[in-house]
Design a protein around this ligand. Sequence first.
Ligand SMILES: NC(=O)C1=CN([C@@H]2O[C@H](COP(=O)(O)OP(=O)(O)OC[C@H]3O[C@@H](n4cnc5c(N)ncnc54)[C@H](OP(=O)(O)O)[C@@H]3O)[C@@H](O)[C@H]2O)C=CC1
Ligand SMILES: CC(C)=CCC[C@@H](C)[C@H]1CC[C@H]2C3=C(CC[C@]12C)[C@@]1(C)CCC(=O)C[C@@H]1CC3
Length: 365
Amino acid sequence: QREDEQGEKTAPPSHQLSFIGARCCVQSNKRCTVIGGSGFLGRHLVEKLLERGYSVSVFDIRQSYELPGVTFYQGDLCDKRTLLPALQDVSLVFHCASPAPGSDNRELFERVNILGTRTVIEACVEAGVQKLVLTSSASVVFEGTDIKNGREDLPYAKKPIDYYTQTKIEQEKLVLAACDTEKNFLTVAIRPHGIFGPRDPQLVPILVDTARRGKMKFIIGDGTNLVDFTFVENVVHGHILAAEHLRPSSPICGKPYHITNDEPVRFWDFMSEVLMGLGYAAPRYHLPYTLVYGLALLLWLLALVLRPLVSFKPTFTPMRVALAGTHHYYSCERAKQDMGYKPVIGLKEGITLTVQSYPHLRRGA
Ligand SMILES: NC(=O)C1=CN([C@@H]2O[C@H](COP(=O)(O)OP(=O)(O)OC[C@H]3O[C@@H](n4cnc5c(N)ncnc54)[C@H](OP(=O)(O)O)[C@@H]3O)[C@@H](O)[C@H]2O)C=CC1
Ligand SMILES: CC(C)=CCC[C@@H](C)[C@H]1CC[C@H]2C3=C(CC[C@]12C)[C@@]1(C)CCC(=O)C[C@@H]1CC3
């Protein structure tokens, strides 16, 4: 393999002759793979990368769309043999695959987020990838109690709120520890919070489902708790900035970065705005936080005990109640300083774009 001035690989992928034509005009340092590129964030990232002249491959357990210029590789990231072909002749990898937080499946989270991330790192090193950008989560420092303007130097949660968060912590530690400037393998972690936007399969659909079942009448606590919600395009912007600033001399090597809309908002105001935008009533009646949290904890324990006999998924899990009833917003000062981050879409515009993108979830649709 030859190397260009930046030490990036230049050889064309021998196993993909049909794509050489499409890739020949793309600078070698603009060849990247998005692991988890079929998902919500991943697909938005792929679309923006293409717009910016990157040549993109996607590795995902499923293929959810087709796009001209994107090569799809389908497989489980825990399987190095399936993953390796997707990383050949690529200098940059984004890792934004994870099981959905709602699955609450400890074994799955441990396998994909911990063992799988180890596999991703090994495969990147083996394939000669130079940059790995991980999608972590700001929740790695959240323990279910207030965080106001939290910076990246907050310690990892000692008692993470769920298995998802617990394994996101281990995942981030693995990726950041793998950063090795001498071996020219550079890593960085992006910690978004509350991603929303068109095609999000979680936030708006859960909210609307809850409203349709008549359960969106209550505000947990006094309703003044501030939270970060981040429009998906800002998260994408943060990832691309990180990738483009990741050089051996850069301060960002081996560090985590909060990426948010930088506009903390009352959790219940955000929910109300989305709900009303879609034609549903905003929640009005207040319930004490500790009462709802206690009930959610009881329900969760009951579901755990009864799991061998009946399976039910409570709407009010302790994790959701904590997310809905506490302050959790983060400073993105470090991202501003080290990589010139600034949100590209404001919260209000983000909400409008999101609401417009869900005509099928409107009341009465
Ligand atoms: N959404 C949010 O608010 C936040 C998300 N994040 C992080 O951002 C990242 C992207 O999240 P988001 O886009 O919302 O999630 P999605 O579930 O939409 O996307 C994740 C993708 O990864 C795929 N995947 C899961 N397991 C594997 C596997 N073993 N091998 C290959 N692919 C796999 C999923 O497939 P399938 O759907 O079939 O499982 C899916 O296509 C995640 O790492 C998440 O932890 C962080 C903070 C907030
Ligand atoms: C800021 C942040 C981390 C958001 C993450 C997204 C989800 C965890 C939320 C999206 C919809 C939310 C929601 C609730 C909890 C948190 C969400 C799932 C409730 C279940 C909280 C209790 C209620 O009264 C109903 C809410 C429905 C929407």
